[in-house]
Design a protein around this ligand. Structure first.
Ligand code: PGA
Length: 249
């Protein structure tokens, strides 16, 4: 039984004060034992504040990025152990904005996944095709390549999560068609089973891309989807909690 994971990717939004107010509201909404797992992924400088606010609550903390090396001369970067120390559980690896705006490739992303998993944290590998790739009938080819590269150094899935986020659906207000999302999730699941054997079956697959309270149920009821990675709509605690409730089974 895979417990759905609904994660709030705040991206480069919110100050510490705004984060505090958000988390106070969110914790007032979430029961002590929610039926789904919730995670909030703030920017790095907000992590200590968020960790304090979430201590003792059922809401998990996540980070949006990490550097694959354990330490060293990497100005402006953040290591896995620095995140682990703050109680971070989930770490996004290869979000499409990192791939597109910051030139991250599958090799680099694979090293991040290895570093995160190696430290006992849960990598969230983000995959997804562009509109051109989908129109050209290459969506699966692209996602399969991202899976192979991103998971190249992983011998067992452990706490791995895969987020399927078609690039053209991110931040556009136009989500994927639920049938297309299910088809892709089923292919990802078959790939994971082939790669890892039965443990691949336990990997959670999220959908991401313009998820809102109004459409969340359509995605979260699909057999191969186990939650959502939410950007824009997660910036409001009431909307985020409404989406999480749609994931309850
Ligand atoms: P969105 O972003 O919900 O704003 O489309 C999703 C994401 O980038 O993870």
């Amino acid at each position: 039984m895979r417990v759905p994971l609904v994660a709030a990717n705040w991206k480069m939004h919110k100050t510490a004060r705004e984060a505090r107010a958000y988390l106070e509201r969110l914790l007032a909404l979430v029961p002590r034992e929610p039926k789904v797992e919730l995670a909030v992924l703030p920017s790095f400088p907000l992590l200590p504040e968020a960790a304090r606010a979430l201590r003792g609550s059922p809401v998990r903390l996540g980070a949006q990025n990490v550097h694959p090396e354990p330490a060293g001369a990497y100005t402006g970067e953040v290591s896995v152990s620095q995140l682990a120390e703050l109680g971070v559980r989930y770490v996004l690896c290869g979000h499409s904005e990192r791939r597109k705006l910051f030139g991250e490739d599958d090799g680099f992303i694979g090293r991040k996944v290895r570093a995160v998993a190696g430290a006992g944290l849960a990598p969230v590998l983000c995959v997804g095709e562009t509109l051109e790739e989908r129109k050209a009938g290459r969506a699966w080819e692209v996602v399969a390549r991202q899976l192979a590269g991103g998971l190249a150094h992983l011998d067992e899935p452990g706490a791995l999560v895969v987020a399927y986020e078609p690039v053209w659906a991110i931040g556009t207000g136009v989500p994927a068609h639920p049938a297309d999302a299910q088809e892709m999730a089923a292919r990802i699941r078959a790939w994971l089973r082939e790669r890892f054997g039965p443990p691949g079956e336990a990997v959670r697959i999220q959908y991401g891309g313009s998820v809102k309270p109004e459409n969340a149920r359509e995605f979260l009821r699909l057999p191969d989807l186990d939650g959502a990675l939410v950007g824009g709509a997660s910036l409001d605690p009431d909307a985020f909690w409404a989406i999480a409730q749609a994931a309850e089974r």
